[in-house]
Design a protein around this ligand. Structure first.
Ligand code: ZN
Ligand code: ZN
Ligand code: ZN
Length: 371
């Protein structure tokens, strides 16, 4: 059964956020349109120069500042179920002063991580003695731990992007440009139930050695490996992200050799996932396989990133992150090997940590797909 907004944005979340805000020693969170606002309220507001801001005090009643012309949209959003007051402001009002007056004396507030500088500076002006910190400090604790509804939303996203990867062999052939292939993939991403296409990486031949190469007019040649890393936001608001490698005809021998190393590394990292192990140990599981095979210097990025309502969020699977895994953590495992000037490869799945270990949400073949 598809997840509903009641599963994804439970009314109880607001109380949990207030509790976490108090525990962190903050007086309030100020959440302008951003993933943080959507996470707390379910309202996906457009970031505009006119202030929309959910104010969540550590205790007491939350309220949302909304431009009067946006009021109907806010009232039609899942935020309306939270029972908070919408404070509509008119074109000649100063919404920052109104918010400050209602807030009263506050020593320390958390601002949405993606709040625009124009808003954070105006809040500094109207709350002159108030210390500003990132709301992410509070919200990361909640956002990292996905609820069963959120995990189901990520499973749906995983199935949708898997369906696209299964179609990639139809689009890829020698003589087409990366951009032509990318356009077909983007269409397929939408057709598979995504609301947005967030990125389409089609990196052929030497472009495969650049992890974030997107699309170019390069013509794909026979015998070239092609790295395809794609993702979007599903209709439920949760993100997909998966990388597979294809080869137009038989791959170069050197490539085939390190691709097998990469497969083993990616499997080792996935197998290392279970509650209690540190994020950095999952990175180490992949990295040690690649280092032992002599490609350590060619693995030039962390092993993965958390994923949810943003493609990149906490927890990061990187050396130095000692955060212990918990059931509900969702993240990518995407080691890569890159040979500048020649080719490269990356294999990426989204996993969720369960009591029994890692559950992969992407399940298309991880073998090199010859097209
Ligand atoms: Zn990336
Ligand atoms: Zn990716
Ligand atoms: Zn990724």
């Amino acid at each position: 059964m598809p997840v509903t907004s009641t599963d994804l944005y439970p009314v109880s979340r607001l109380a949990a956020v207030q509790e976490a805000t108090a525990k962190a020693g903050l007086d309030a969170l100020l959440l302008t349109p951003s993933p943080d606002l959507r996470y707390v309220s379910g309202y996906q507001a457009l970031p505009l120069e006119r202030l929309t801001c959910l104010v969540v005090p550590a205790s007491g009643e939350s309220f949302m500042m909304v431009p009067r012309l946006e009021l109907p949209a806010a009232q039609a959003s899942p935020a309306a179920r939270l029972g908070l007051e919408f404070v509509a402001w008119d074109e000649t009002d100063d919404p920052y002063r109104i918010a400050a007056r209602r807030l009263g004396n506050v020593a320390k507030v958390g601002l949405a991580d993606r709040m625009w500088a124009m808003s954070s500076l105006r809040f500094r002006e109207v709350l002159p003695g108030t210390e500003q910190v990132l709301a992410g400090r509070v919200l990361r604790e909640l956002r990292m731990r996905k609820s069963p509804g959120e995990v189901e939303a990520l499973r749906e996203a995983g199935r949708a992007i898997d369906a696209v990867h299964r179609q990639v062999p139809e689009f890829l052939r020698a003589g087409r440009t990366e951009r032509e292939v990318g356009r077909d993939i983007a269409e397929a991403i939408l057709a598979a139930g995504h609301e947005t296409v967030d990125f389409v990486i089609v990196a052929s031949g030497p472009n495969g050695a650049s992890p974030h190469h997107e699309l170019s007019d390069r013509v794909i040649q026979a015998g070239e490996p092609v790295v395809v890393d794609i993702g979007g936001q599903l209709h439920n608001g949760y993100c997909s992200d998966s990388t597979r490698v294809y080869c137009v005809g038989e791959p170069p021998a050197e490539f085939a050799e390190y691709y097998e190393v990469l497969r083993r590394a990616q499997d080792a990292a996935c197998a290392a996932v279970r509650p209690g192990v540190s994020c950095e140990s999952i990175d180490a599981a992949a990295r040690s396989v690649i280092e032992d095979a002599g490609y350590g210097e060619r693995f030039i990025h962390r092993t993965g990133h958390g994923i949810g309502i943003e493609t990149h969020e906490e927890p990061y699977i990187v050396a130095g992150n000692t955060e212990p895994m918990e059931p509900g953590f969702a993240f990518s495992v995407e080691p890569g090997i890159y040979l500048a000037g020649k080719h490269g490869a990356r294999i990426e799945d989204i996993l969720v940590c369960t009591e029994d270990g890692g559950e992969r949400l992407n399940n298309t073949t991880r073998e090199l797909v010859i097209v």
